[in-house]
Ligand binder design. Structure first.
Ligand code: ATP
Ligand code: MG
Length: 422
């Protein structure tokens, strides 16, 4: 037998998991500052939720979902993204009735997509995302983008570009749709089979096609921006004004359409510039989804959100040689020589831990030298060596590993000393 981790998934081992924890802490702290509260939803939902919430014509629904029948003959799908679930929960728990609006939520957790494996693209990956539901104020669009940017800049990433666009409202989309159909119909035979079926169902999707992105008709396609209704254009102007006030620079890309069917008005991506990793440059994507709550059975409640994967975030940090300050120091290592000493070591280690001191000891009956080496590898700040003499005299030398200084203490003084000096 030779078992391997499933394709497109990864084990995160000690050494790497500290980085994950660090990033997750930064994310939680930021969400706290921006007043977004955590929501945890199931990792699978009814398949229909995603068909409706993500959209039938998206790559996600058409190609990437892990869908299965359970023993009760229900079609379930491992969640490919977080917005549909958050909105389902918002409707199911009538959060639209809460006094405080908008409802500001965040989530982190694994998402599943059956995709071709490559750098930065996994079949199980962890997304952090936020959703602000219940407000159509352009200021909240800017806040959501600011929070996404803040995650990267707090972690020390600099080479970032915020790209924004407006997808407009329904009238905008209808007018643009007709223009797109007129534009692509004459050359539809030259496009991929996906785009051929997109032409009637959702021609906007053609602009987001990865296969046909170099086709000359892409560059000359009618830009959404030219079809913005007055209200949409005004909304977009305000979003940009708020970004200016926040001191966040951005670039408008009229061809940015994003992967999900339900976006309108603001759409944005955060890209990594300069040397990225592999062919992937997008770290984060988001947008406004007025109408989605109604589609999922709730009252009219406009919303906006984004999602980013921790995998791509970590790859970006690595590509830019940014080290996270993940120290894993140990406060105290107890070296024990002999049976009696080991009994005392077990007792002391337990006492240290109870008092908030991280402590460890040897469990392989190694020689003194090997135990000292283990203490070094563990980056122990203090080491004590217990032997016959120490047990007899109830006194031990505490060695500060950085300086080599030794202090003679009674057992009862150890906790206080370490707490004072660690
Ligand atoms: P892409 O164009 O790269 O396929 P997408 O439009 O499918 O991205 P979204 O659904 O908007 O991406 O997801 C938001 C973010 O989640 C992405 O910007 C990326 O950081 C991350 N992401 C998406 N798919 C994957 C994946 N398979 N592996 C790792 N991260 C992913
Ligand atoms: Mg994708």
């Amino acid at each position: 037998m030779n078992f391997k981790v499933p394709k497109g998934t990864q084990d995160i081992l000690p050494g790497q998991s500290e980085k994950w924890q660090y990033v997750e802490r930064v994310i939680r702290d930021l969400c706290d500052k921006y007043r977004y509260n955590e929501i945890r939803t199931p990792m699978f939902e009814s398949t229909e939720l995603f068909q409706r919430g993500v959209g039938d014509t998206t790559d996600i629904v058409q190609k990437e979902m892990y869908t299965f029948m359970d023993k009760g003959n229900r079609s379930l799908t491992l969640r490919p993204e977080g917005t549909a679930s958050a909105v389902r929960a918002y409707v199911e728990h009538k959060m639209f009735g809460q006094v405080d609006q908008p409802v500001k939520l965040y989530y982190t957790g694994p998402m599943f997509r059956y995709e071709r494996q490559q750098a930065g693209r996994y079949r199980q990956f962890v997304q952090f995302g936020v959703e602000a539901i219940g407000s159509a104020d352009p200021a909240i669009d800017a806040e959501v983008m600011a929070l996404a940017m803040d995650v990267y800049t707090t972690l020390g990433l600099k080479d970032l570009k915020l790209v924004i666009n407006s997808l407009g409202d329904k009238d905008t989309r209808d007018a643009h749709r007709s223009a797109l159909i007129a534009h692509f119909t004459p050359i539809v035979g030259e496009l991929c089979s996906d785009c051929q079926s997109r032409l009637e169902k959702n021609p906007l999707r053609i602009l987001d096609c990865k296969v046909d992105s170099k086709h000359p008709a892409m560059a000359t396609a009618p830009a959404l921006t030219n079809y913005l209704t007055e209200g949409s254009a005004e909304y977009f102007t305000k979003v940009k004004q708020y970004l200016d006030v926040l001191g966040i620079s951005y670039e408008v890309d009229p061809n940015l359409v994003r992967g999900l069917d339900y976006y309108n008005h603001t759409a944005f991506e955060i890209m990594i510039t300069g040397d990225g990793f592999g062919s992937i440059t997008t770290l984060c994507g988001g947008g406004r989804y007025n109408g989605l709550v109604e589609d999922i059975g709730g009252p009219e409640s406009p919303g906006i959100g984004f999602a980013l994967s921790i995998e791509r975030l970590l790859l970006a940090l690595e590509a830019k040689n940014i080290e996270l300050p993940t120290e894993n120091e140990l406060d105290m290592y107890v070296v024990a020589m002999g049976e009696e000493a080991k009994l005392k070591a077990v007792e002391l280690v337990s006492t240290f831990r109870a008092k908030g001191i991280s402590a460890d000891m040897d469990y392989l009956d190694r020689k003194m030298k090997a135990q000292m080496k283990a203490a070094d590898r563990a980056q122990a700040k203090f080491v004590i060596v217990l032997g016959e003499t120490e047990l007899e005299e109830q006194v031990v030398n505490v060695k500060a590993m950085k300086t080599g200084d030794q202090t003679k203490l009674e057992f009862g003084q150890l906790v206080h000393y370490v707490l004072e000096n660690k």
